[in-house]
Structure formats: C-alpha cells, structure tokens
Design a protein around this ligand. Structure first.
Ligand SMILES: [Cu+2]
Length: 207
C-alpha cells in the first residue's frame, strides 16, 4: 500500500460494502446455532484512573470480529490503537529495560498470533482512532486476525490507546532513519511510533 489515501478509501468501501452481507450471514449463523460466541468488553482508563472509553468485541460473521471503541476526554487527533498481549493495565508499571515508569507496560506488546509478522501485520493491530476537538471518538473495524478465545487466553489481553498516531510502519524508502537505514527502523516496526500508552483496558467477557 504505497498511496495511503487509496488504501484508506478502499478499506472504507470494503467495510461498508461487506456490512450488509456480514449482517445477513451473522443472523443466519445465530439462528442455526441458537446464539453467537461470547461477546467481550473493556473499560479504558488513563494513567490517572479516569474512565476514558469502552471497547466491545462481537462476532461479525464466521471468523470475523467487529471491534468498536468509543472514547471521550481524549486529546484531539489520531491515536494508535491495538490489542496487546496481556490483560494487565498497571499505570505505575516499570519497564525493566530502562528501570523507568512506563504506564501500562504490563500489557505487553501487540497481540501476535503469527510470529513471522511484524507491525502492522500483528494480529492486534487496528486502525488508528480519530478523536474530535471535543475529545470524543468512535472507531469500528472488522478483523479476521483473531478470535475472541485468543483474547481470553491464560494471561488475557488488553486494549491500548496510544498518545500518538500509528504510522503502520509506512516509512517509504526515500526516508532515512536515525540509524542510517532507509525505510522503517526497528522502533517503527515494533509499534508504528505511536508513542506512550495513553489508556488501557483489560478485555473480559461481557455480561
Ligand atoms: Cu499498542
């Protein structure tokens, strides 16, 4: 995906076009099985402990999950958004590699069910969230990169909203990183330079 605008446009069209078919398939499956899989939810809190948003994960169709995030009281602009590996959101967490407080470090890295794929190919990578001037934002996406059982594994999982936009490692060859290489460097390939972790929510079963 070289031209970011064409990529965004195609994604939006595909999502809208697929929705009617998705809903029809989902209704058919539920009628046949007497219910879908377990829906999931999370409450996002910032470093001070304020609730700033909610997450819901629902079955959209066979093998696809619909992920909805709603936030308020978040700084305006784009924010990186990912499912992280571990269901632990400690605002006082310390990064052992630096010895410094790194809020929500305990949530681990991006959920990655295929070790061969880096960012933005991680299972937990989601579209960046747009927050308006009033501090509100809503993001809806459909993904086939994970199933709800992957989020409810032994150590759980967490949704993390970052402080900065996620560049999805889209650093064209014409740019040179600080280490002299063209294109994305190791840090970009890890998390898309989306900065600190602004808010975190442990993902759990919805009631
Ligand atoms: Cu993240």
């Amino acid at each position: 995906m070289k031209k970011i605008w064409s990529g965004v446009h195609l994604t939006a069209v595909a999502t809208i076009g697929g929705l009617a078919a998705t809903l029809a398939v989902s209704a058919g499956v539920q009628a046949a099985t007497g219910g879908g899989q377990q829906d999931l939810t999370a409450q996002l809190r910032d470093v001070q402990g304020n609730v700033v948003g909610t997450l819901s994960v629902e079955e959209a169709s066979m093998g696809h999950e619909r992920v909805t995030v709603r936030v308020s009281k978040v700084p305006a602009g784009f924010h990186g958004l990912h499912v992280h590996t571990t269901g632990k959101c400690d605002p006082q967490a310390v990064d052992p590699s630096t010895g410094k407080v790194s809020p929500f470090f305990t949530a681990g890295g991006h959920l990655s069910l295929d070790a061969g794929k880096g960012h933005p190919g991680h299972s937990g990578d989601l579209p960046t969230l747009l927050v308006d001037e009033a501090g509100r934002g809503v993001g809806v996406s459909v993904t086939d990169r994970f199933q709800t059982q992957h989020l409810l594994d032994a150590d759980g999982s967490a949704i993390v909203l970052h402080a900065l936009p996620d560049n999805h490692a889209n650093i064209p060859e014409r740019y040179t990183s600080a280490d002299g290489k063209k294109g994305p460097d190791a840090e970009t390939l890890k998390a898309g330079d989306s900065g600190g972790r602004f808010a975190c929510g442990v993902i759990q079963k919805a009631r």
